[in-house]
Design a protein around this ligand. Structure first.
Ligand code: BGC
Length: 498
């Protein structure tokens, strides 16, 4: 074990230089797709009876928080959805991951309102995908909470659990005959840590170490309750599968010392395990419960800042993912450090974890400070998920490369990025025995990238956001992805091995 670890540590510096791209083909039924999210592409923010969501409201109130830009029009996919479907058909993908905007179908957020035009929009999109043999993989919630619900406390109010169950029931009823793969929540960590902890994503609430945990707690129970409702009311007649999308860096040990190995594992448990453990095993990782309870006590709290699940809630949330999902972008290394000081007035999740996380200077950069290109980390991450959760089926529901959006000839950047990450996934499938069944490239088109506005882009197709017609133009990475999807292979077809 130690030797293996040392070998992989030695690889770290060398990165991709001496790495040989895997020439095997992906399995025949592998799901290749692209991903998107409603607020990032649709536009039509107040069209045809849609209600406001937190991104509509807060980008208008605080434009400076997203680069003075917003998703009012975005890619105008609300009107140009047919063109997007044509792009997907052109790529040859068999899956499309997109999200439904809660307030487009239920303008108040509650089931006391419903919007026929919004419902019709998704009906048309789903029908067009299916007519082209593209399987919809639908996210119920990709960060766009109806403002009405946020005004009632949003994810901090435990009633969100029931509001979400009602919304999910409405979706199964309305779309469940056609949609068979459902994701309840996208990236709860980002939504809660940055929405209610650090306060850099809408609704911009800053309460680190407290509300980020409360938000996550309600969200996990909401997921569990929605899953149980689906099991009781829809599973038998509709079939299908339900899951949650969790994001994480790979956090590898910075050395092979026992302390660094333990610190890196702790960081994984506080990140992926924060959600992965409850939805698989019914509770938070022990190390999270212990450390947050301990530090909370020293800070003078009577109870832990990490809420605890009742026995009944544990039963509700345990075993509520039919397959596991992960969004992968980058990796970090982790050192052990002395226990951080107790700061009663400003606890944070980072202090709760109590490790040092960093990215070596010589790792390949992108335009974004936290985002280095680390293909081998993707393999380590999916191996960790596989080993930690008893070898489940895994789908990579997002992976993509940041640039400033001006580069059309991106074969050596974005194209190479997808190639190397996918190659490491082939290694995971064929050498590590991971049951990886799908890969969704983020994103089909350039889009509104939250706090970055339109300044960071990841699309396979470029969108001109200053042109009212929002034309889409294929980047070179789109041609490469088409080749990968159609041959199931990363190198030229005649060099592929079966
Ligand atoms: C989110 C996407 C986002 C992407 C690219 C993910 O965290 O799910 O909505 O656009 O990262 O940075």
């Amino acid at each position: 074990m130690k030797l293996l670890l040392l070998c992989s540590l030695l690889m770290i510096g060398a990165l991709a230089d001496d790495y040989v791209v895997n020439t095997r083909r992906f399995p025949k039924d592998f799901k290749f797709g692209t991903a998107s999210a409603a607020y990032q592409i649709e536009g039509g923010w107040d069209a045809d009876g849609k209600g406001e969501n937190v991104w509509d409201t807060y980008t208008h109130l605080y434009p400076e928080k997203s680069n003075y830009q917003n998703g009012d029009v975005a890619c105008d996919s609300y009107n140009k959805w047919q063109e997007d479907v044509d792009l997907l058909v052109g790529l040859g993908v068999n899956t499309y991951r997109f999200s439904i905007a809660w307030s487009r179908v239920l303008p108040t957020g509650f089931v006391n309102s419903s919007n026929p035009a919004g419902i019709n929009y998704y009906k048309k999109l789903i029908a067009a995908l299916k007519a082209n043999n593209i399987e919809p993989l639908v996210t119920m919630y990709h960060w766009d909470l109806p403002t009405n619900l946020e005004n009632l406390g949003g994810f901090i109010n435990p009633e969100i659990q029931e509001w979400f169950v009602d919304y999910a029931r409405f979706l199964f009823k309305t779309f469940g005959d056609d949609v068979k793969n459902w994701i309840t929540f996208n990236e709860p960590k980002q939504a809660c840590e940055f929405g209610y902890g650090a306060g850099v994503l809408a609704p911009y609430i800053s309460s680190p170490g407290i509300k980020d945990y409360q938000c996550s707690h309600n969200l996990i129970i909401a997921h569990g309750k929605a899953y149980r409702m689906w099991e009781r009311e829809f599973k038998e007649k509709q079939g299908g599968r339900v899951t949650m999308v969790i994001d994480s860096n790979w956090f590898g040990p910075a050395s092979n010392s026992t302390e660094d190995i333990e610190a890196a594992e702790r960081n994984m448990l506080f990140t992926y395990g924060w959600y992965g453990h409850p939805v698989n095993f019914g509770d938070y990782p022990e190390v999270m419960k212990e450390r947050i309870a301990h530090r909370s006590a020293l800070e003078g709290f009577n109870t832990s800042r990490l809420p605890s699940f009742t026995e009944e809630e544990k039963q509700i949330i345990k075993g509520t993912v039919d397959f596991m999902c992960v969004n992968i972008y980058t990796s970090s290394l982790v050192n052990a450090i002395p226990e951080p000081k107790i700061v009663p007035l400003s606890p944070t999740r980072d202090l709760d974890i109590g490790v040092n996380v960093f990215q070596p200077e010589d790792w390949e950069p992108t335009v974004t400070s936290w985002f280095k290109v680390v293909p081998w980390g993707a393999r380590e991450l999916i191996k960790w998920i596989s080993n930690t959760y008893n070898h489940p089926e895994i789908v990579v529901t997002e992976n993509g490369y940041h640039d400033n959006g001006t580069v059309i000839h991106d074969l050596e950047t974005r194209g190479r990025y997808h190639k190397l990450y996918l190659s490491n996934m082939l290694d995971a499938i064929y050498e590590d025995g991971v049951n990886l069944t799908g890969y969704m490239a983020w994103a089909l088109t350039d889009d509104f990238e939250w706090q970055y506005g339109y300044n960071i882009q990841l699309g396979l197709y470029q969108v001109n956001f200053t042109d009212p017609a929002r034309p889409r133009v294929a980047k070179d990475s789109a041609s490469y992805y088409r080749q990968v999807v159609t041959t199931r292979c990363l190198v030229d077809n005649d060099q592929c091995t079966d």
